[in-house]
Unconditional design. Structure first.
Length: 298
């Protein structure tokens, strides 16, 4: 178990090296991975306890929770001296959109078509461009953005954005993708993820014959940190089909690595949540069925 503990500490140390430390983002990861599929509400005491396992003190947690509430992600209910936080409608919708991308396995199955968005002139053009980029579009000109059609279909055009669908020759797909997105930066991020987690993966494989492999508390912490690190990469990933990706694409390897680690930790982490996590009505409800479909092969 010593090696596992060392690998866990390395992950925590790397998190604290970041400047600034985005504690609010880690709380988002906790809600997304542990709470959203179990009713969406958690006792403040549990949030503080989990964050302390990661080395973040209660004062920083309170500040982060205040920010998330003011930004519209969470809403608070007070019962006596206890506070409980629940995802808002905005928070639930954001998690609903992000979850399938975070817990997907393998590259997107593209149709070979691209969706092109053309922005009309106007004072809000930069704002519209930013909104499209948040939806996964890449910029190839100030008023032209593209996105692979992975089966979602072409959005309805409006007076401010005209959408079109087109085909690109297979041998031009990678060139087009490199023009629209910084694939080198994303490749580097995935490579660093692999480097950071391959030692932990090896330890889990080595320890898999012993019982228990890892404590529920440690399994939960590592699971949250794994998804936190993966989430920050995946939500920048345009989900390109294979024909638009470099041959040595690290994203595919990173996703398989994450899937293996998550499957080794998932149930152990749930033991901690079953034992200690509370909402305003008491213990958390069991996970929704979709929880057990995470990282399932396509």
């Amino acid at each position: 178990m010593g090696n596992l503990e060392q690998e866990q500490q390395k992950l925590i140390d790397r998190f604290h090296v970041q400047k600034p430390i985005r504690s609010w983002s880690m709380i988002i990861s906790i809600f997304g991975d542990c709470v959203a599929q179990r009713g969406g509400e958690l006792w403040m005491g549990n949030i503080t306890e989990i964050m302390q396992m990661i080395g973040i003190n209660s004062g920083v947690v309170r500040t982060a929770m205040s920010r998330l509430a003011s930004d519209g992600w969470l809403e608070r209910t007070r019962i006596g001296r206890n506070s409980f936080y629940r995802l808002t409608k905005m928070g639930r919708e954001a998690f609903g959109q992000a979850t399938p991308r975070i817990y997907a396995r393998g590259p997107a199955k593209g149709t070979g078509s691209w969706i092109t968005a053309i922005l009309s002139e106007g004072d809000d053009r930069a704002e519209r461009r930013e909104q499209l980029m948040e939806q996964g579009y890449g910029v190839i000109a100030p008023n032209v953005l593209i996105k692979p059609d992975n089966g979602q279909g072409t959005p309805r055009s409006s007076g401010k954005i005209v959408y079109m669908q087109s085909k690109a020759p297979a041998d031009k797909a990678l060139q087009l993708a490199r023009q629209a997105w910084n694939l080198d930066s994303l490749q580097q991020g995935y490579s660093e993820f692999i480097e950071n987690y391959h030692g932990l993966h090896a330890c889990l494989l080595e320890a898999s014959g012993s019982e228990p492999v890892i404590s529920p508390e440690d399994a939960l912490v590592i699971r949250i940190m794994l998804i936190h690190d993966l989430r920050r990469l995946v939500l920048r990933d345009p989900e390109l089909p294979l024909q638009a990706l470099p041959d040595n694409w690290a994203g595919s390897i990173a996703r398989e690595l994450a899937a293996d680690i998550y499957s080794a930790l998932r149930d152990r982490g749930e033991i901690w949540l079953d034992s200690y996590a509370k909402n305003a009505e008491g213990t958390l409800p069991p996970p929704e069925p979709a929880f057990f479909e995470r990282f399932q092969p396509l």
